[in-house]
Design a protein around this ligand. Structure first.
Ligand SMILES: Nc1ncnc2c1ncn2[C@@H]1O[C@H](COP(=O)(O)OP(=O)(O)OP(=O)(O)O)[C@@H](O)[C@H]1O
Ligand SMILES: [Mg+2]
Length: 278
């Protein structure tokens, strides 16, 4: 592999320059962090599972017409994605109360919300990614009303789809975080696409029967082996054989299948956003 230029190193991933203009490579590290990086560790195998699960979910979402940055998996730790201008808002969708919602509002963990709750957080590590309202987003120009509407409606659709997907394999989707980005077309048109990752690092998933937490809360609250939880999710999704571990050869085969599905999808799948005010 030739030396590549690193564009950005985050807590869980590294972004490298891609082979073509408008592409980047997302490398999934084994680093785990929680509570704004106050707690840190390196957990062997975590990156591989996040890569696999995220690639699978992005492919599925493309299949229902959600435009994403995902192009294809390259190997166990890397995927080729479209380079986007990340919108500095994390969109969180909650179905069941957990995490900071409980801390902030005193709601009991596990309370089923009467309707899915969509929240926005300003992506700013120095400030601890604070909760913001749509008014903050417009006032400071982080996204305009058209963009936010598109992000929120995609978030709702993604939630509907993933609720069904996970319910069907015995998992409860408690909440998850999304990031979106802008792609500018040849004629200056704007596309909003789902970016970053959707994986057990960024979702809460509980076993429907036992209530066991299988996501990053295992690491946050020392609930058990992290990779074991992620592996269970991957097994239920049919991405790895039960009880087996992933090896390079198997991964390549799985890659081929999924990349075949991804091949036909190019920008033609995308619809430009509504025109923006000057
Ligand atoms: N398609 C893309 N093009 C450009 N940047 C991307 C793309 N997808 C994700 N990113 C950005 O790459 C970084 C991924 O690294 P990582 O998730 O480790 O970051 P992080 O430590 O969580 O920091 P951040 O607070 O910036 O998300 C994130 O900043 C994310 O917003
Ligand atoms: Mg991140």
């Amino acid at each position: 592999m030739p030396r590549r230029k690193m564009i950005y190193e985050g807590k869980a991933k590294i972004i490298y320059e891609g082979p073509d203009a408008g592409t980047v490579i997302q490398y999934f590290k084994d680093d785990a962090t929680a509570f704004n990086a106050e707690k840190k560790d390196v957990i062997a195998g975590k990156g591989v599972l996040n890569n696999r699960i995220s690639a699978h979910l992005m492919t599925k979402l493309e299949g229902i017409g959600i435009p994403t940055h995902f192009i294809k998996q390259i190997n166990m730790r890397e995927q080729l994605v479209r380079r986007v201008e990340i919108i500095p808002i994390e969109v969180v969708v909650r179905n069941v109360a957990a995490g900071t919602l409980c801390k902030r509002l005193g709601v009991e963990e596990g309370t089923i919300l009467p309707r899915p709750l969509v929240e926005y957080y300003y992506k700013k590590d120095e400030l601890g990614d604070p909760l913001v309202s749509d008014e903050h987003i417009f006032t400071f120009g982080w996204a305009d009303p058209y963009e936010l509407e598109e992000m929120a409606s995609m978030a709702w659709r993604i939630n509907d789809y993933m609720n069904g997907l996970f319910a069907g394999i015995g998992l409860r989707l408690i909440d998850f975080k999304l990031e979106f980005g802008r792609i500018y077309g040849e004629h200056g048109e704007l596309y909003i696409v789902l970016a970053d990752e959707i994986a057990p690092d960024t979702c809460r998933l509980w076993d429907a029967k036992t209530g066991e937490k299988l996501d990053k809360d295992r690491f946050r609250y020392d609930l058990g082996d992290l990779v074991e939880g992620y592996q269970k999710i991957a097994e239920k999704l049919g991405l790895v054989p039960e009880g087996g571990s992933i090896n390079e050869q198997m991964f390549e085969k799985l890659d081929q299948i999924e990349n075949e599905l991804a091949k036909q999808r190019q920008l033609k799948n995308l619809k430009p956003s509504k025109p923006r005010k000057a």
